[in-house]
Design a protein around this ligand. Structure first.
Ligand code: NAD
Length: 327
């Protein structure tokens, strides 16, 4: 029995589906029901009883559940879930005699938005600059502790930024909406209390919905990894089953980062919306994270290039449009 935390989430749902399609026995644990059927416990990582119940008869744990937030009002809950919840889960897993525990960490542990060298390898210094990144680094420390205790195998996967392809062209989606669409970005910045940035963005509003091409103060376009959920699933399954994964730490993500100056025209040609270019103060986002270790050690191969993701994203946008017209 494999326990998947965060089983109602973007990556969790896809991992559970992939495991079940391979006839693996899976139990989900999430705050909310996944709606996909199959065995799952609706409960919190903050609840010792829910964890105890979830761990019954479990041989392996994929710990994907987490609270991702960049709002200061969420800080207490985020540490409670991501740090204390992870500690509880690790302790329960060790006690239950679990064979392997896989932890979903993040590129925010480096952090990727302020790299000291490129490409970022697993040996890059770990100096998170967001509370979320700090919770993931503390999670990694807890995992290392259990690895040292030697009662179970552990694997740390430092996840790339991950999207379902269908999210890329969806202005309502949590990450891609504000990343690629101007008005959702304004709303996001207001929710963060960044009024100066919101004002800067508003000054670029051309009176109709548009995309945003983000650059830094020197006009350098943003560049980052955006990995398809399906590639993440492939990496997670390798971490679960590959003998050489035990005890390892691996960056998991697409081979190449995506340059927004190349991406935005493609996005715009699919949506028909114009692009406005905004130069943000500071260095901006510009990184490249190496996935060489997971490729060379576990044989990971990313399949979903950005162009393939965009094909799927365009189809999903057409479906959403057809549904809205039908309503
Ligand atoms: P997601 O937000 O879609 O899924 C996370 C799931 O965790 C949600 O279903 C949520 O309900 C559940 N959860 C939150 N608090 C919980 C609690 N107290 N108890 C039980 N479940 C709880 O995120 P995702 O994109 O599927 O990410 C999966 C993992 O990968 C997370 O650990 C995340 O931190 C990490 N990660 C994601 C990204 C990304 O870009 N999506 C990047 C780096 C790391």
């Amino acid at each position: 029995m494999i326990l998947v935390t965060g089983s109602a989430g973007r990556v969790g749902r896809a991992v559970v589906a992939a495991l079940r399609s391979r006839d693996r026995i899976v139990r989900g644990l999430d705050l909310r029901p996944s709606g996909t059927g199959g065995e799952e416990i609706v409960g919190s990582l903050e609840d010792a009883e829910a964890i105890f119940k979830a761990m019954d008869g479990v041989s392996d744990v994929l710990h994907l559940g987490a609270f991702m937030s960049w709002l200061s009002a969420d800080r207490d809950s985020m540490f409670a879930v991501n740090v204390e919840g992870t500690r509880r889960l690790l302790d329960a897993a060790s006690l239950a005699g679990v064979r392997r525990f896989i932890f979903a960490s993040s590129g925010e542990v480096y952090p990727e938005n302020r790299p000291e060298f490129l490409p970022i390898t697993e040996d890059h210094p770990l100096r998170p600059n967001s509370p979320y990144g700090l919770t993931k680094l503390l999670g990694e420390e807890l995992v290392h502790f259990h690895q040292r205790m030697g009662r179970m195998e552990t694997v740390i996967l430092r996840f790339s930024h991950t999207q379902d392809a269908g999210e890329l062209l969806d202005e309502e989606s949590f990450f891609s909406g504000p990343r690629f669409f101007l008005r959702p970005r304004i709303r996001q910045q207001l929710s963060f209390g960044n009024t100066a940035i919101a004002d800067l963005l508003r000054s670029h509003d051309i009176g109709e919905p548009s995309h945003i091409l983000a650059r830094n103060e020197d006009g350098r376009p943003f560049r980052m990894h955006i990995t398809d959920t399906r590639d993440m699933v492939a990496g997670i399954l390798l971490a679960l089953d590959h003998p050489k994964a035990a005890g390892g730490t691996f960056n998991l993500g697409a081979d190449e980062p995506v340059n927004f100056a190349e991406l935005l025209p493609k996005i715009s040609s699919l949506t028909g919306l114009p692009i406005v270019t905004v130069d943000f103060p500071g260095d901006g986002v510009y990184y490249h994270t190496s996935n060489e270790r997971i490729r060379n050690t576990l044989g990971f191969e990313a399949q979903w290039t950005m162009d393939r993701m965009l094909d799927d994203a365009a189809a999903a946008r057409r479906r959403r449009g057809a549904m809205e017209q039908g309503q």
